[in-house]
Ligand binder design. Sequence first.
Ligand SMILES: NC(=O)c1ccc[n+]([C@@H]2O[C@H](COP(=O)([O-])OP(=O)(O)OC[C@H]3O[C@@H](n4cnc5c(N)ncnc54)[C@H](OP(=O)(O)O)[C@@H]3O)[C@@H](O)[C@H]2O)c1
Length: 272
Amino acid sequence: MDYIKREGNWIPKLGFGTFNLTGRDVLGALEFALDVGYRHIDTAQMYENEDEIGKVLAKTSVSRDRLFITTKVWWTNLSKKDFLPSVEDSLRKLKQDYVDLLLIHWPNKDIPLEESLEQLEKAKLKGYAKLIGVSNFNVELLERVEKFGTPIACNQFEYHALLNQDKLIQKTRSLSAFVTAYSPIARGQVGDEEVLKKISLRYRVSATQVALRWLVQQEDVVAIPKSRQLVRIKQNFDVFNFSLTEEEMQQISALRQKNLRLIDPEFAPSWD
Ligand SMILES: NC(=O)c1ccc[n+]([C@@H]2O[C@H](COP(=O)([O-])OP(=O)(O)OC[C@H]3O[C@@H](n4cnc5c(N)ncnc54)[C@H](OP(=O)(O)O)[C@@H]3O)[C@@H](O)[C@H]2O)c1
């Protein structure tokens, strides 16, 4: 495993995504993921699985200081009145005193950003989160964060080989924040790419593993693939025993011209 370090915290560059994993599915998948070696778990209030994840965390033999847990405040909970109570509810469900990273899940144009950032900072001051950050923020919103002065450690957004995110990565890095790439395998679609298939044969891995390797080999980029299938959970984790050449990295980067964006809800900001 490779790591990123921020404010004394070590962030595993490969995490376990849990969107769309609920009930018994998330129990089995997460227990297996921890057995395989995942130590970074990505959840959110909106995923409605914090409760189940809390049950697994309460039972695991993996010590708390080896885990990196992220949750996200849903965009309807960003007001002064709702923000902290919603985080307290998340912690209760997760059975944790703190999360390692707390994110604003999506911006909400009806609530002043500064009001939400103040609450985010308060959550950190209260010890609810070791690190704070944002998700689905565009360059303009990051500029507002910068102006307000909230020290964010992360911007989590859609990033995979088929989507050009150069501008957003550059802006995120300029704030000393790392990138968490969500939908890192484009919900399975990267597996069909000929360039990735060809490279995968050289290393006897799958095209999906090459796509994940391409992400984690980039500076300050974390990838959080999700799977409910045990074989895939293991396969997605095994991307640290080979490395891509500079030429291969560039060949894969060239796929970005496809500009495939998968996540674009009506409340999304205008993308860069
Ligand atoms: N911040 C945000 O707004 C936001 C938005 C979206 C996602 N996320 C986070 O990012 C995580 C990952 O993103 P995602 O779930 O959207 O997409 P993803 O990880 O790119 O892809 C998941 C999909 O790919 C399939 N899959 C997994 N491993 C595979 C493999 N080795 N080969 C072929 N197919 C494979 C999965 O099916 P099976 O389960 O059947 O294997 C699932 O349908 C989420 O779970 C969530 O934690 C955050």
